[in-house]
Design a protein around this ligand. Structure first.
Ligand SMILES: C[S@@+](CC[C@H](N)C(=O)[O-])C[C@H]1O[C@@H](n2cnc3c(N)ncnc32)[C@H](O)[C@@H]1O
Length: 215
């Protein structure tokens, strides 16, 4: 059963990294925080807040208990990257406290930026993530077989090259791959390649990969 809180937890989507992509509504809610929880990278975006800062890393499960006790007397705001309802900590928070105890402020997802960068619509796309989950490849391969375009979240281990290797192992060799790195940041790079060439690529930061059937 979901745990009852006195103050709702506010979960704020902070977009892809560039401060001007953070919405005024997000900034307004961040100002309400007595306790601001987020990754080091996201906390750095808000140097002026007087809230107590709590770094979110591998401690995310233990933090849920603390969020519950802090929420009795203080306003907790949790920062997440991109959009909160797309592959984020939000799912665990809502499961623990119930939707009526959570206020979710949407943000611009890395996926939206990736599709915009390659000039493609995304209403007909499939989505997958291997971010922090090497177990996600089965689902990814199924999606690539089922959809003409699939957007994938990656990480330092599950890189675009590893994804390309897994596709080739599954017999999928004819696809365009768009590697969209560090979107909105000064070192942004977006380029198109194929599965063979992608297997040799070196990862260079945070990326979304779009896998598209050849036209
Ligand atoms: C935990 S997931 C969070 C996704 C987020 N909720 C969203 O809507 O974008 C983190 C992953 O999102 C992708 N990502 C986040 N920011 C990015 C950026 N600026 N450029 C490229 N990919 C990014 C990367 O695949 C990264 O490993």
């Amino acid at each position: 059963m979901a745990e009852e809180l006195r103050n709702s937890v506010i979960i704020v989507g902070c977009g892809p990294g560039l401060k001007s992509y953070i919405t005024p509504k997000a900034l307004y809610n961040i100002k309400k925080a007595d306790i601001l929880v987020g990754s080091r990278r996201l906390l750095k975006l808000f140097p002026d807040t007087t809230a107590k800062r709590i770094i979110l890393e591998k401690n995310y499960k233990q933090l849920l208990k603390k969020i519950a006790s802090w929420s009795f007397t203080r306003q907790v705001v949790v920062l997440v990257s991109g959009d909160p309802c797309f592959f984020s900590y939000t799912k665990l928070i809502v499961k623990k406290f119930g939707r009526e105890s959570c206020i979710i402020i949407p943000g611009l997802s890395s996926i939206q930026l990736a599709f915009a960068a390659i000039g493609e619509s995304w209403e007909d796309a499939g989505f997958a993530s291997v971010h922090g989950r090497s177990s996600g490849y089965k689902e990814l391969i199924k999606k690539v077989k089922d959809y003409d375009k699939v957007a994938v979240l990656t990480d330092k281990v599950n890189t675009p090259a590893r994804i390309a290797g897994k596709l080739a192992e599954a017999g999928i060799r004819k696809r365009q791959m768009f590697i969209c790195e560090n979107l909105s940041l000064p070192n942004e790079s977006v380029h198109e390649t194929d599965i063979q060439s992608a297997m040799k690529l070196e990862a260079n930061g945070s990326s979304v990969v779009i896998i598209k059937k050849n036209e």
